[in-house]
Design a protein around this ligand. Structure first.
Ligand code: NAG
Ligand code: NAG
Length: 312
């Protein structure tokens, strides 16, 4: 009897004697949009590659991606993708990565794209993350940290508003008659003022523009231009996992207790900054009645599936 117990205990003992292992973190992506999306992932130079760089996520589907400790990179959602039957080339109407395939294989999103950016286990053993509209906007996106240090100064960030509906015509990207993305002023006009380059290449000289303010008003916690750091970078202790939701519903956010005011990162400026600008949501709701259809979609689909099942 003594020998089997020894063999059971030995691995356990060894496990506790090992030096502290770097823990992988999980980025869980959920598609809450009523249409399919194709997330793309890009690792920063010099950081460990990921098991996937792009995949299909159908409505209602979730997929966890285990990322190595100290991973740094970005992810985004591609929309209206298809494979050209004659060339076999895969491409998307928004946030395409130009690889010609579902895997982005080291290519980034072509703007405009709403970006979720991460530097995990960075300086001081902290995770840094943000949602950026610096390269424009294509989809609403929410990041919610999970399992961070209790009471830690880390909180949700994102852009929950349909900026495509608010986008001025000079920035709007249209595909098949539908607004699918909203360009940044830098991308659309390319001037040093909007791009924070040349004489405007610093936090002291590059100021918000009327265009970046439009993004900021809609999404107060997201980066609206290159030097928008003070209110847009969030910080959790390393080892935190993150839930990333495309097209988050504003009601589920409120009921999960991660609504306005809960968590503000390490930035005093972000204190009290809401995730959703209620004024904006109201303004938007007043002219886009089509939005009401979105939350009903899963119900309609489930109803249809049930009807088909019943019929058969
Ligand atoms: C962070 O990285 C250090 C090495 O740079 C490692 O020892 C530590 O375990 C990592 N922390 C987590 C939570 O992965
Ligand atoms: C919300 O939007 C309104 C109208 O665009 C703007 O005046 C206000 O500053 C915004 N609030 C926040 C917190 O960004």
């Amino acid at each position: 009897m003594a020998i089997p117990i020894f063999f059971v205990l030995l691995p356990l003992l060894l496990l506790f004697m090992l030096p502290e292992r770097a823990m992988p973190a999980t980025l869980s992506m959920t598609n809450n949009c009523p249409f399919p999306i194709w997330p793309g992932l890009l690792s920063s130079a010099g950081t460990a590659p990921l098991p996937t760089t792009g995949f299909l996520l159908n409505p209602g589907e979730s997929r966890p991606i285990e990322v190595p400790s100290s991973w740094s990179g970005r992810l985004w959602g591609r929309t209206l993708c298809s494979t050209d039957p004659s060339t076999g080339r895969f491409s998307c109407a928004s946030a395409d990565c130009g690889s010609g395939a579902v895997d982005c294989s080291g290519s980034g999103a072509s703007p405009p794209a709403t970006l979720a950016e991460f530097t995990l286990n960075g300086s001081g053993g902290m995770d840094f993350f943000d949602v950026s509209l610096v390269d424009g906007y294509n989809l609403p996106l929410l990041i919610v940290p999970e399992g961070g240090e209790p009471g830690g100064r880390c909180g949700p960030t994102g852009c929950l508003v349909d900026v495509n509906g608010l986008c001025p015509s000079e920035l709007r990207v249209v595909a098949d008659g539908e607004a699918v993305a909203c360009r940044s002023a830098c991308d659309a006009f390319g001037t040093p003022e909007y791009c924070c380059s040349g004489a405007y290449g610093g936090p002291g000289t590059c100021k918000p523009s009327i265009y970046s303010q439009l993004f900021k008003n809609a999404c107060p916690r997201a980066y609206s231009y290159a030097y928008d750091d003070a209110t847009s970078t969030f910080t959790c202790s390393a080892g935190t996992s993150y839930l990333i939701t495309f097209c988050p519903s504003t009601t589920s956010l409120k009921s999960s207790g991660s609504g306005p005011g809960s968590g503000s990162g390490n930035n005093p400026q972000a204190v009290g900054l809401p995730l959703i600008n209620d004024t904006m949501v109201f303004l938007q709701g007043s002219y886009s009645a089509g939005e009401m259809v979105v939350p009903m979609m899963p119900v309609v689909v489930l109803g249809l599936l049930w009807a088909v099942w019943w019929f058969l």
